[in-house]
Design a protein around this ligand. Structure first.
Ligand code: UGA
Ligand code: MN
Length: 421
């Protein structure tokens, strides 16, 4: 989504001008086009070779031939379906690339994702006995919600995931896809996720290094791409996809609402940018427009937490993607699955309620506790406690930086040796 510091692109052409990828896929007939492209290349090559060798007269009589060949190639290109063009490595759909280039988004060809999925640990077992006062067995028929959570190492990571887990613990039939933005698997997180008893997949999906120092950086994109790849690898065509960041606040009613998603459902998200809200405008039960303080040419100006997608619907789109384009992740993802206004299902009592909040946690740098390492043994709790905090990425110990850790008794600071020896 949505940040005032993202550079706005040119305003978009009208809704009517836009054609979604889906329509193009179905409208254009790809049959015969591979043959077209092959024959075009074979006719143009000899002609080209002759022009280079021949004299002026020869060149003159070749002009119509070359022009004809070029026309033929252009004709073939324009009549190829987006899929076939992509398959032939000829670039994306005509309207799409036109539209994307209009927004400075060229080069964003929708291609099938090809991410490496690196799984740290996973569990398909639901070890929860009761959810919202009912035994697990009573929920057996519900479609599964695939709740995709990008996360990244920082002091607040484990507290955020713990808080989120305690919401998800109440949600039946949920598979939690936690994708961590780092190279190495965090063993502490494996244990933590397993302990909750919620079915989960923990993977690592580092942001490509070339984006790391960009401002703004594409946050959570590598993570969501890896999760999309995981869904594809598992050929999942049954269930609901939802992108749930680790720092948002979720109302339990959100889950019953998104579980009903037939294609794409949408609902307002609270605490977004200047208006404190972002979401669809609904008239007579239909989504007709959007309210969001940052439009910037986005056809679907919604927050990542403001929509859910049915996997059966998504499976029809081979080019599902989320490009590394900060601020445009939602829009481009929704375009890649051929969203149309009339397909959107408004939720949350016709988009009048807030079921998810874009809360943000104040970030602080790693804590530093100065203690001699000889005291970090089992004579006190401090060795194990600080060891755990280090594993969680919350605090570290030092022997040399800053002032000695304050250890006090009866309101008085005491030397470490007095308490810990
Ligand atoms: C908002 C939206 O809620 C995000 O879904 C969207 O990706 C983001 O804007 C954006 O477009 O940049 P915001 O609160 O501004 O989110 O961003 P964060 O919460 O910091 O990051 C979004 C998600 O990506 C979080 O789950 C976070 O854990 C993860 N993230 C963040 C990473 O995986 N790596 C990072 O370096 C930063
Ligand atoms: Mn956030």
């Amino acid at each position: 989504m949505s940040s005032a510091h993202y550079q706005a692109l040119e305003p978009q052409t009208s809704d009517e001008d836009n054609e979604d990828i889906e329509r193009r896929h179905h409208q254009s007939n790809s049959r015969g086009c591979t043959a077209c492209a092959t024959s075009a290349s074979t006719t143009s090559h000899p002609a080209h070779a002759m022009v280079r060798k021949g004299g002026v007269a020869r060149r003159r009589c070749l002009v119509p031939l070359v022009a004809g060949a070029l026309f033929f190639v252009a004709f073939c290109y324009l009549t190829l379906s987006a899929d076939t063009r992509l398959a032939l490595g000829l670039g994306g759909g005509a309207e799409d690339s036109e539209e994307l280039s209009h927004h400075g988004l060229d080069g964003m060809n929708f291609r099938p994702l090809n991410e490496t999925v690196h799984i740290c640990s996973e569990s398909y077992e639901d070890r929860r006995q009761f959810m919202q006062d009912k035994p697990q067995s009573e929920y057996g028929q519900l479609p599964v919600i695939y709740f995709v959570t990008p996360t990244y190492p920082r002091r607040e990571q484990i507290p955020e995931l713990t808080r989120l887990a305690h919401t998800l613990l109440h949600v039946p039939r949920l598979h939690w896809l936690v994708a961590d933005d780092q190279e190495k698997c965090n063993g502490f997180m494996d244990t933590l996720l397993y302990r909750f008893g919620i079915p989960f997949t923990h993977m690592v999906s580092p942001m490509p290094s070339k984006f790391r120092n960009e401002k703004p950086a594409p946050r959570g994109v590598a993570n969501r791409r890896a999760a999309l790849q995981w869904l594809r690898q598992h050929n999942l065509t049954n269930g609901i996809l939802y992108f749930g960041d680790d720092d948002n606040t979720y109302d339990l009613r959100l889950f019953s609402e998104i579980r009903k998603t037939q294609r794409v459902s949408m609902f307002p998200v609270g605490l977004i940018a200047d208006y404190g809200v972002s979401g669809p405008v609904v008239r007579k039960g239909k989504v007709v427009a959007f309210l969001d303080s940052w439009v910037a040419g986005r056809r679907w100006p919604v927050d990542m937490a403001g929509f859910a997608v049915n996997l059966e619907y998504m499976a029809q789109y081979p080019y599902v993607n989320m490009p590394y384009k900060p601020g445009y992740e939602e829009d481009l993802f929704l375009r890649s699955i051929g969203l149309q206004m009339n397909l959107i299902e408004p939720r949350g009592n016709n988009c009048t309620e807030i079921l998810v909040w874009h809360t943000q946690t104040k970030s602080k740098k790693l804590g530093m506790v100065r203690l001699e390492s000889k005291y970090l043994d089992d004579r006190s709790n401090l060795g194990a406690l600080l060891h755990n905090l280090k594993l969680m990425g919350v605090a570290s110990t030092t022997e040399s930086e800053g002032r000695d850790a304050l250890i006090s008794k009866n309101g008085k600071e005491k030397p470490h040796s007095k308490i810990l020896s």
